[in-house]
Design a protein around this ligand. Structure first.
Ligand code: NAD
Length: 321
């Protein structure tokens, strides 16, 4: 079995490799070649931690395994560790033998950024110039960096409930040589692409904050009860997702479904657009919305890619189980 420690991931994994892995696995899911197992997520009654497993099998990429981990809210204060902790385990689909154990923290950030980036590649207007960020935390930096590679953006605008965090976005914009402007929510009307990535439990981005033709990637809502955008926005948009079962239960669509504004059959898989079986955006005026809920197969796909890179470069440790 190969072990790829967390500390090696930053040197090994590129945004391009994460993008390719996620795009391929979304395509395999839509083609029926890959499926996610039911998610387990438990409040374990110790350290206020939420612990769980996300797993799946990709018959096309021959990737089988799970990501185990969760959220330990006291880590930073008590131990100087980051609060989100995860590890990916890969198994040989021919034999069931464990083949790799991979640090999953940075990979989670990269695979999440890759998902909105894949949605922008396939759904945003080609002439998109302004990107708007709602949210400015840890994950927002990854989402913005990856998104900026998808179109010839000329400006970054941002809104955050805690304005002191907007510097995070300004820094990434500067890194790409782009101007940054902090805006009120109605200023988001100038955006051609909007990425939402907050921990909100109530809608922030409302229907009248969004112009026709915008692509919105909703990435923060990954749990029952969370919500970032007005359910009316989904009613007026063409809605895509990574996985429909998650979209309607833990994704942004849960609210529009509960309000009877859209039906499950209105939601399409982003993978179908990648495969060319769904036409995707149908006009320059259409609002497209990607509900990125985060699936286990994304984690396995990027972990498999990093194991390959680690083996090539000789930085994986081999152990006998
Ligand atoms: P973070 O704690 O670093 O940042 C949180 C962000 O949300 C900040 O911008 C903060 O200002 C904002 N925020 C916090 N409470 C808010 C509220 N009540 N209303 C509005 N905004 C609020 O967290 P992060 O690592 O950047 O993660 C952001 C979100 O993304 C989380 O909800 C996380 O669960 C989710 N996430 C989703 C995926 C996925 O695959 N879809 C993957 C990773 C993280």
């Amino acid at each position: 079995m190969l072990i790829v420690p967390e500390r090696e991931i930053a040197e090994l994994m590129t945004r391009e490799a994460a993008f390719d892995a996620v795009e391929k696995v979304f395509a395999a899911m839509a083609a029926g070649d890959a499926y996610n197992f039911p998610v387990v997520r438990e409040a374990i009654g110790h350290e206020d931690a939420l612990y769980g497993f996300k797993g799946g099998f990709d018959r096309a990429g021959l990737t089988l395994g799970l990501k185990a981990g969760g959220y330990w809210p006291n880590n930073l204060e008590k131990r100087g560790l980051i609060n989100h902790q995860s590890t990916v385990f890969l198994f040989d689909p021919d034999t069931g033998k464990a083949i790799a154990m991979v640090g999953g923290n940075l990979l989670t950030a990269l695979r999440t950024a890759a998902a909105s980036s894949v949605s922008i590649r396939h759904l945003a207007r080609k002439d998109a110039k302004v990107i708007g960020m709602v949210g400015a935390g840890h994950q927002a930096k990854f989402q913005l960096r990856a998104a900026l590679e998808q179109r010839d953006f000329e400006k970054v605008i941002g809104w955050n409930r805690h304005p002191e965090m907007l510097k995070n976005l300004e820094d990434i914009a500067a890194e790409a040589g782009l101007p940054f402007e902090a805006v009120e929510l109605d200023g988001m009307r100038q955006a051609d692409v909007i990425v939402t990535i907050t921990s909100s439990f109530a809608p922030i981005l409302m229907k009248d904050h969004v112009s026709p033709g915008t692509h919105i990637a909703c990435m923060g809502t990954d749990t029952k009860g969370k919500q970032e955008v007005d359910a009316q926005l989904l009613a007026g948009a063409r809605v895509f997702t990574d996985e429909i079962a998650q979209s309607v239960t833990i994704g942004e669509s849960q609210h529009a479904i509960a309000a009877g504004l859209i039906a499950e059959t209105d939601i399409a898989q982003l993978g179908a657009v990648i495969n060319g079986t769904d036409p995707g955006r149908s006009s320059d005026d259409q609002i497209t919305l990607f509900d990125g809920t985060g699936v286990g197969l994304q984690d396995l796909a990027v972990a498999a890619a990093v194991v390959e890179l680690a083996a090539e470069k000789g930085v994986a440790t081999e152990v006998e189980l």
